[in-house]
Design a protein. Structure first.
Length: 422
């Protein structure tokens, strides 16, 4: 992959339901203050993801077909020699496959089907019962279509995934930014109110909106960091699988690009969604963003209602389309991360069964309740952080060494690289 393709594949994994549905869930459960803690998570994550990308470049291996393979499994083994390193790497490979390749992709499919149901089939109730839930036929059809399209791209391997993401990611980001910024501009006088809600909610959540959220600082921190981690993936060990693919002159260059990806994902796209939800009054008592019990709607539905305050029914359609592009790009990125680790565990023979299982999971994920899927994803995300961070911490000296080499030896001999950063 080119450095740009590697970054867009990483952003494809980072930019997904977390930017539309995840931030809405964080606000609904943790109040506006959860957004502040998502920002904190992102700033800390920029340092973490820089280290991950550099290490992915340093310890990657060249495959038989000329592409590179790399990621946490390789730098964990380099950090810890012998049986311990092999076991820790294998644990990580299993966890990332479960967390992102399977449960994570179920989250993406769930959010797409949920958004399309709200936008186009809200009055359509014909369906069937599954595990005690009523599932409408449109959700099943949506899941099958997503799985079929994903299969076509997955079958093309890493080069096709990179080719698709480098075109898809910039288009979808610009599309969403324009739609959100228009709402902000229309309500520009309310921007100070938004930031008061966020900062006050971060430290005294019981004092905003008459205490209607009924949450503590602990809850706001927990929800903000959990959604932030799912959102930008810094520290998860997922994006290094993509950054290892890039052909760059120095590992630090890819580390710098990795930092940009976190900024775009959390500080730009996620923040925009949060501002739209708050600026349109969704958090206020008695708003249309609340159900009959007074609780805020969960997930993508809250974001759709916020956008519909300006765009009417087209707001639902706009978010459904944005959700498809965001979530589907994440499906591509996360499939690739899982495939890289399946190859590590089982070799090439494990790829085809993994592809089939992912497509089945996509269909199932489009049918089940949103809370169940998010909880499973959060659980596996938390578990996969541990072996990855242990490996990164053990190799911080290597990162420091390469950064020093970049500053002292690489930049003086590459003046064009210095100029590009001015």
């Amino acid at each position: 992959m080119s450095p740009f393709q590697a970054v867009t594949t990483a952003i494809a994994g980072q930019v997904g339901t977390g930017n539309i549905a995840g931030v809405a869930t964080a606000i609904a459960a943790g109040g506006p203050g959860a957004i502040f803690w998502m920002w904190v998570s992102a700033f800390l994550g920029m340092a973490t993801i820089f280290c991950e990308a550099v290490l992915a470049q340093v310890y990657r291996k060249e495959a038989e077909d000329g592409t590179y393979v790399g990621g946490p499994v390789y730098y964990i083994k380099a950090a810890f020699k012998g049986t311990f390193g092999k076991v820790l790497a294998a644990i990580f490979a299993i966890l990332i496959t479960l967390a992102l390749g399977l449960c994570g992709n179920a989250v993406q499919a769930n959010s797409i089907s949920d958004a399309f149901h709200t936008a186009f089939f809200s009055n359509f109730n014909a369906g069937f019962e599954l595990m005690g839930q009523h599932v409408t036929w449109d959700r099943l059809l949506c899941g099958i279509l997503i799985a079929a399209l994903a299969w076509i791209i997955f079958a093309g391997g890493v080069k096709r995934i990179g080719s698709v993401t480098e075109k898809l990611v910039p288009i979808m980001a610009i599309f969403y930014l324009i739609g959100g910024l228009i709402i902000v501009l229309v309500n520009i006088k309310e921007v100070p109110y938004v930031f008061v809600m966020i900062f006050k909610g971060a430290f005294t959540p019981e004092g905003i909106a008459g205490g209607i959220f009924g949450i503590s600082v602990k809850e706001a921190v927990k929800l903000g960091i959990a959604r932030g981690l799912f959102n930008n993936e810094a520290g998860l060990g997922s994006t290094p699988n993509a950054h290892a693919q890039a052909r760059v002159d120095h590992p630090v260059q890819q580390g710098q690009l990795a930092v940009v990806s976190v900024f775009i994902c959390t500080m730009v796209l996620t923040t925009l969604t949060a501002i739209v939800i708050i600026i349109t009054g969704m958090c206020e008592p008695g708003s249309i963003g609340r159900d009959s019990s007074g609780a805020l709607y969960q997930g993508v539905k809250l974001t759709q209602i916020a956008f519909s305050t300006l765009y009417g029914n087209f707001g639902n359609i706009f978010i459904a389309i944005a959700m498809f592009f965001f979530a589907f790009s994440t499906v591509l990125g996360w499939y690739f991360y899982g495939e890289s680790n399946v190859r590590y565990l089982f070799g090439k023979k494990g790829v085809k069964p993994y592809l089939i299982v992912v497509c089945v999971i996509i269909i199932i994920g489009s049918l089940v309740q949103v809370e169940t899927v998010w909880n499973l994803a959060d659980c596996f995300n938390s578990l996969m952080v541990l072996p990855n961070i242990v490996g990164v911490l053990a190799l911080t000296g290597v990162v420091k060494k390469y950064y020093k080499d970049y500053k002292e030896n690489f930049l003086p001999n590459h003046p064009e690289d210095v100029a590009s950063k001015k």
